[in-house]
Design a protein around this ligand. Structure first.
Ligand code: FAD
Length: 392
């Protein structure tokens, strides 16, 4: 087994690391970056990303993107995690991506839905969560009922990121309420201007995100707006979530934790209390050592899982492990870094408090860690001889 990334991957890693160190970290605390990034800043960053040859590296080659494997995408994502200069959710540093299920568009759907998003002309949101159906899709109530060549959609979605600026929503709805997650859920594109679509209210969160509640009241869209087969919507959404758990909830927190540890080490060396630098105190050294060990273990889990995915292996169970291990690890590492910085760590002069809040959120969003632990345990138990793995 070879753990060396190889010359090409190391070059990509070094290129992005240098970009983050030289271009992003120096501006990360300015008011027009991070979650408030301005179009002018994006334009400036986009020009540099194009120069690096990494424009749309996350987009499949057949749609004009770089088509990188998941391992390469994780390497890049980890480096990007080291700065607060980009929005935590939906960062478009490397150009627009299709996200979610849009890469499953077929025929004329590609031109109608996917390409306008990849060209940056249109925005899209992903609408699955409901008041009665968050972690548990069995609680989903939104229905899409066939009426001739149309679906008529009724229901409520909540916590939908980017709904107010989206041109269309990828709505996950019941097309066969009897079957639910076992083949009864479909994904349907709904333009936000369609009669009956109503943005009801935004929730204000501790991370600064303002996801929306959307009502669908007899919303009529053509059957041709369905992505994939009828009943395939839940599976398509799960496929996307599996990749996200590895890349966004795995590699990204590893990058955050690495930077938090770097900051903690630098500060511990210069901050003196009771006549000694903090770095001389064994209790502080143990915090640093624990963080370094935990980061390394989590990082190897991410990279090996991404590699297995690229080899075509089923990594669903490992993706649960990745998300749990990395989000909990990064939460601990950032917490220790704040502790070492004392009062300074609590201020908004440093990115630590921001990461603390963001990391707290991803232990809930896109799959709470309890649910993932339960899924993993169920899979382990049912994989034992004589048991069948139940469908999710
Ligand atoms: C900022 C933000 C952005 C979001 N963006 C989107 C979006 O763009 N699109 C979208 O569709 N959704 C989005 N969501 C929704 C998010 O994915 C859900 O909040 C999440 O899946 C949890 O669902 P819930 O809030 O209904 O919690 P619930 O399902 O009510 O669960 C509550 C808690 O119960 C526990 N729990 C649940 N089930 C079990 C179990 N089986 N065993 C043990 N414990 C359990 C967990 O601790 C869980 O945190 C967003 C949410 C937020 C806050």
């Amino acid at each position: 087994m070879d753990f060396d990334l190889g010359p090409e991957l190391r070059m990509v890693q070094q290129t992005v690391r240098t970009f983050v160190d030289r271009e992003l970290i120096p501006v990360e605390m300015q008011s027009d970056v991070g979650d408030a990034i301005t179009p002018e800043r994006y334009a400036e960053f986009h020009r540099k990303v194009r120069e690096m040859g990494l424009w749309q590296f996350d987009v499949p080659e057949r749609f004009g993107g770089g088509g990188l494997g998941l391992l390469e995408r994780c390497i890049i994502q980890e480096e990007i995690g080291r700065t607060k200069a980009l929005p935590f959710r939906h960062n478009e540093l490397f150009g627009p991506t299709g996200g979610a299920v849009l890469y499953h568009c077929q025929g004329e759907q590609v031109e109608r839905f996917l390409l306008p998003v990849l060209r940056g002309e249109q925005k899209v949101c992903f609408a699955q969560t409901e008041p009665e159906g968050g972690a548990d899709p069995a609680g989903m109530r939104t229905t899409a009922v066939r009426d001739g060549d149309d679906y008529v959609i009724n229901g409520t979605k909540r916590f939908i990121t980017g709904a107010a600026r989206a041109h269309f929503a990828q709505v996950i709805a019941l097309t066969d309420p009897e079957k639910r997650a076992h083949g009864g859920i479909s994904c349907i594109i709904v333009p936000m201007h369609t009669p009956g679509v109503k943005l009801v209210r935004a929730d204000h969160t501790m991370m600064g995100d303002e996801p929306w509640e959307i009502h669908f009241d007899n919303v009529r869209v053509p059957v041709a707006n369905r992505i994939g087969e009828e009943g395939a919507g839940f599976r398509l959404a799960q496929e996307w979530l599996t990749v996200n758990r590895i890349k966004i909830h795995g590699a990204y927190p590893v990058g955050i934790a690495r930077r938090a540890l770097e900051m903690a080490m630098e500060y511990a060396k210069v901050r003196k209390t009771f006549g000694q630098p903090l770095s001389q105190r064994q209790v502080i050294q143990f915090m640093l050592a624990d963080s370094a060990m935990e980061i390394e273990a989590a990082r190897l889990l991410v990279l090996s899982t991404a590699w297995q995915f690229d080899q075509g292996q089923d990594v669903r169970d490992r993706s649960y492990m990745v998300k749990i291990v990395c989000t909990e690890m990064a939460s601990r590492v950032v917490d220790r870094a704040i502790q070492i910085h004392g009062g300074v760590g609590l201020t908004t002069d440093l990115p630590l408090e921001y990461w603390y809040r963001q990391l707290r959120s991803i232990r809930i969003t896109e799959g709470a860690t309890e649910v993932l632990r339960w899924r993993l345990a169920r899979s382990l138990l049912t994989a034992s001889p004589g048991s069948d793995r139940p469908a999710d």
